[in-house]
Design a protein around this ligand. Sequence first.
Ligand code: DLL
Length: 435
Amino acid sequence: MGDSPIYNPRYETMPRPELEQLQLERLQATVNRAYKNVPLYRGVLDNLGLQPEDFQSRDDLRKLPFTTKDDLRRAYPYGLLAVPLREVVRFHMSSGTTGSPTVVAYTANDLQHWTDLVARNLVAAGITREDVVQVFFGYGLFSGGFGLHQGAEAIGASVLPVSSAELIQQVKMMQDFRTTALVGMPSYALDIAAAVEEEGIDPHSLSLRLGCFGAEPWSERTREEIERRLGLLAYDNYGLSEMGGPGVSGECVQRHGMHLAEDHYLVEVIDPATGELVPDGDEGELVFTTLTKEATPLLRYRSGDLSSIDTAPCECGRTSARMARVWHRSDDMLILHGINVFPADVGEALAEFPEAGERFQLVVERVGGRDQLEVRIELSGFVPDTNQELLRVYEKLTRRLEQVLSFEPKMSLLGPRGLLENGLPAPRVVDKREA
Ligand code: DLL
């Protein structure tokens, strides 16, 4: 596994002292912009008696409270814009499940930076202008499709925006266009592998060389499985819509963690319980501050993602810190075929129905390579007179859950106390996917 070229050597290999100075200058500009233009942040600084000039070191950031997903939801749709609407050229939204999603806006400069960052990740994994890149992320409010597409185009690769087409169509495109690189979600890559096998195609007869996968947690075991079944090398890349989408970090060919774009994001790792920084290298929740974002700058945004950061030099020559694979979250958000599911949202929807009790459980399994969600709901004192009445309740709840989740879950209705185990409430989330 040799080295691959570096897309933006000036920034990706900047000596760390210089990088830290750049971060400070960009932080000062960001705080200034947020204070002047975003009422939420003006209020925060004013309440603390702080002025933008009080940020003289990167550590001064810690004077500020965290920004949370709820802050973003409350600000929907325009509340956190730091520029006039006429400066905004694009919006994306998180794939969350509630009625109040989180919005991210981009100026033309933001789009340029985003494209550059995704291009860095793709080049780090070894994609070049010789590659035919098949993108099977969704194109839409979700940032994955457009983000990876722009990055691959910027490199000069030949991009096939197949998006979420039928599996058989994906396979046909891979054959007809001799696709060399796949870009999408790892779980979907496994679906494609299954379709290849069903068609009786030998994966080595395809032209696949590598894949860049992300947008959901996946393990080393899944990596090995994808590589074996599709005959390619699989690389991890990470991002979140609040930070603009993919491009926040990605693996180089060394595959020892994902290089963070520290010239665009200042990352802290905190103990989710206390909010204090954890010792260097320990696992904690990633907290991001944007350093270049014009349209929607965010200060100390709690990602919910648990990871650790290594600042040791990497053999590839990049000086940026590397973050470990994200597997757990500090909240109980689940990602199911790319859709972020918050159990609290399911609870809120169920509370609309007197027939449903307080207790419910989400059970996630991987069946035939696909994530499957079962929502187990305890009925309140409600006793159906007839099967038809039970069926009506069942259908009503299924319809509502489908609205909330944007897919239809499997559902089980249990009698009262059906979700008590030894008198205690059963866990709210049971994730049976591989650990
Ligand atoms: O998933 C952005 C993205 C698109 C990243 C394409 C990579 C590739 P959201 O829908 O806002 O944005 O979901 C963000 O997904 O907070 C993590 O919990 C999870 N996540 C993203 N990438 C990874 C990864 C996009 N490589 C949330 N490994 C994040 C594990 C990931 N989890």
